[in-house]
Design a protein around this ligand. Sequence first.
Ligand SMILES: Cc1cc2nc3c(=O)[nH]c(=O)nc-3n(C[C@H](O)[C@H](O)[C@H](O)COP(=O)(O)OP(=O)(O)OC[C@H]3O[C@@H](n4cnc5c(N)ncnc54)[C@H](O)[C@@H]3O)c2cc1C
Length: 442
Amino acid sequence: MTVLDDPSRVPRRAVLGAIVGAVGATMVGGSGAAGRAAPDRFATPEEKGSAPRRATAAQSEIAVIGAGAFGTWIAWHLQRQGHEVLLMDAWGPAHARASSGGESRMTRTTYGADELYTSMAWDSLEDWRWLSQRSGLPVFHQTGVLFFFGKPEPYYVGSIEVHKRLRLPLEVLDRSALSRRFPQINFDGIEHGLFEHDLGVLMARRGVQTLVQEFVRAGGEYRQLAALPPKKTDSDRLAALGTATGEMVHAERYIFAGGPWLPKLFPDILGSRIFPTRQEVFFFAPEPGDTRFGPAQLPGWADFNNGDLFYGMPDLETRGAKVAHDQHGPPIDPDTGDRTPTAAALQEVREYMAMRFPALAKRPLTESRVCQYENSSNGDLLIDQHPTMKNVWLVGGGSGHGFKHAPAVGKYTADLVMGRQHQPEPRFSLATKAEQQKRDVH
Ligand SMILES: Cc1cc2nc3c(=O)[nH]c(=O)nc-3n(C[C@H](O)[C@H](O)[C@H](O)COP(=O)(O)OP(=O)(O)OC[C@H]3O[C@@H](n4cnc5c(N)ncnc54)[C@H](O)[C@@H]3O)c2cc1C
């Protein structure tokens, strides 16, 4: 069964079909995600009546290497299914250089004609909402997400068709509705908008760290340990994993969710198949007293810009309004890459803001970050068994869009590793990962 065939993936809300909304706005698909009941799968093993078993480095059923968004959700799903899991990270969950570090990530179901990621983003939302409720401060801000386009691009048309087909809510806005609803954006040259009311922004570092807390509270074992690249042997199984401090990790199964470090952990297989690129993001302070860029008025947004995307987020938790260019930057080594933002990238973002967000264009920079995407050749995720070590799995290739999908990645990987995913999704396979970059997924 592929992700798409899984009946549990069917949208959870009643079917409303097309609803005509306010002037210039049309609803397609379903009506929204509010008011879901918490299913039993959120219960801890203890709450389900089984005594928690604690994994150790010396002996565990499953070792998950990498406590970014992917590794942590994988560990959590396995634990909720009753498995004994050791989660480890060289520096700590969502640390400053991890791809899951930093402040915020957009979650959206708008993916053009791509049903797979539309579905995964939607399916993940319930888990993010659950996590947000568990956290003292929000992990999910339901700001809504707005995409806008100069012309009816295939991405725009495809997004509408997929949302109708999957019966997911999506509001189609014309130019007059866009200008009326979002007067802080200059829509010159823009004719079409797509608004996702139920989606929004995830707090990245907080989300991952809260989930690790949940995992540990429910009996999971988290350790700060740096795995050494697994040694090649003649065996078809990895017997033990070495670490930088000399401690050995023994597990029946190993899942490597090392993000941009995967090419260093598996240089022969992934050295030329995962491409870490340097990405810069900037935050700006609005005028004193100006609430137009706060989350009550500005959603997460993406300007399709003829395929050369800029995106941003509101002034969440008063850190500043975020703006970034979605273009792949130069290659970066996650250990040694220079994290100093460049004047050229800042200038590019300011020029963009002068066009679309004139009230922010000259405002002070409050913060900037240099992160990295860990791209697969075309942007599809990698979730597959190691080609020779049968008890090793490789998970990564988030490619600048993976964070939102992490709960679905966790569920899918848990099922794959435990032999419950009988028809793996071909797009996640190692075999489909080429050595030349040609981005298809946006
Ligand atoms: C600037 C930027 C903006 C983005 N925007 C979005 C967005 O808006 N929406 C979205 O959905 N996605 C977005 N993404 C993508 C998303 O954040 C990533 O795809 C996702 O966080 C990847 O998670 P990961 O767990 O695979 O990797 P990571 O978070 O990097 O986690 C891997 C972990 O493995 C650990 N590790 C590595 N090697 C070892 C070892 N040898 N031993 C032990 N531990 C090890 C690392 O320390 C690290 O913590 C963005 C990414 C960036 C950089």
